[in-house]
Design a protein around this ligand. Structure first.
Ligand code: BMA
Length: 344
């Protein structure tokens, strides 16, 4: 489900136990689970290369479901569901691919499907899965609907290549569905929003968050991580930034907040990253120095965030945090964005 999380205000927007932060303070907002990595290829019921970048959702029966990207030993990916009663261990993994690529009917999937983001949509009483479909034209965004993660209704490509890192908002905004995504255009690799009356036809495209430039940690390429979290302060967005170095990219995570009824309006953006590759399983793998969340769940307290992330493109790990503390940090450490925030 996608609960609205009420934020209890303290005078300085600072939760108890958290000292007032100075700008760009290096604060630990996320705690890694001691059982990390939670899922590796050794756990899989059939031979695979790696398991990574999972969409996440809390099911009605209380189980956590991860829809994992599984890279086969061909190099191509499919999606496979893993369920757990506590979201940490005891994973029950589907014995075969849950959503395999179907290149015969959907040629945009000829090189596999990747990186699902799941949104529960109350109006449809279904989950919407936005995923990357990969073919000769490059990666594009495809959408599928499901009630049970057993059968899926494919809507096909909704954003043509080159585009990825997409998630649907759980409700209509002014009568239209809204999708955040990351096309690569002549302008660069920035985050956009697009709107649709029917989930199939999309328009009113607009940049909502730009990759910075120069030496910034999020210079040149950013993208949405997991679906935005609806709080009473706004849509809380965790995004990844890619720092290019001579030894490859470093994928780190940053924070931004968008207006609830105008999700194209960025209210706050953090300057420093809040989570990055540090442990051996994040620093070393098929692709070194990658943390890549595609999903989160919110605990019964309405505050604890369980962030599931791909680690070094090789395994799935978990870090937990407090939505209230994350919002407080952002409030104390943000910039306003000229040219993106209309009132800035
Ligand atoms: C991105 C996506 C992710 C991957 C990341 C690091 O472009 O392809 O699936 O985890 O690169 O390799």
């Amino acid at each position: 489900m996608n609960p609205i999380i009420p934020i209890v205000e303290s005078p300085a927007h600072t939760p108890p136990g958290h000292p007032k932060l100075r700008p760009c303070a290096d604060v630990q907002l996320f705690t890694r689970n001691p059982g990390n990595p939670l899922l590796t290829r050794e756990n899989w019921p059939y031979p695979i290369n790696s398991v990574l970048n999972a969409g996440a959702v809390l099911l009605a029966d209380g189980d956590t479901l991860l829809l994992c990207r599984v890279e086969e030993r061909t190099g191509l990916s499919h999606l496979c569901a893993a369920r757990s009663a506590n979201g940490v261990d005891g994973w029950r993994i589907d014995p075969q691919p849950t959503l395999p690529a179907n290149p015969r009917d959907y040629p945009e999937e000829i090189w596999g499907i990747e990186d699902p983001r799941i949104t529960y949509v109350p109006e449809l009483e279904q989950y919407a899965v936005a995923y990357t479909s990969f073919a000769r034209g490059g990666p594009g965004v495809s959408l599928a609907l499901t009630k049970d993660f057993i059968s899926f209704e494919r809507l096909g490509v909704i954003m043509q290549p080159e585009d990825k890192d997409a998630a649907l908002l759980p409700r209509r905004i002014d009568g239209r569905w809204a999708l955040i995504h990351r096309p690569v255009t002549a302008l660069g690799a920035h985050m956009w929003i697009s709107y649709s009356p029917d989930l199939r036809h999309w328009g009113s495209h607009k940049i909502i968050l730009e990759a910075r430039r120069g030496g910034w940690w999020d210079a040149n390429k950013i993208g949405l991580c997991s679906p935005p979290i609806e709080t009473d302060k706004g849509w809380l967005v965790i995004y990844h930034g890619v720092r290019q170095t001579v030894s490859g990219g470093i994928y780190r995570l940053g924070l931004a907040l968008f207006d609830l009824e105008r999700p194209d309006v960025c209210l706050q953006r953090g300057n420093s990253w809040v989570f990055g590759p540090e442990t051996p399983y994040e620093r070393c793998g098929d692709v070194n120095d990658v943390v890549f969340p595609c999903g989160q769940t919110i605990g019964a307290d309405g505050d604890t965030i369980y962030m599931y992330y791909g680690a070094a493109d090789s395994s799935i790990a978990l870090a937990t945090g407090s939505v209230r503390a994350i919002l407080a940090w952002l409030d104390a450490n943000h910039v306003r964005l000229k040219g993106v925030h209309p009132s800035a």
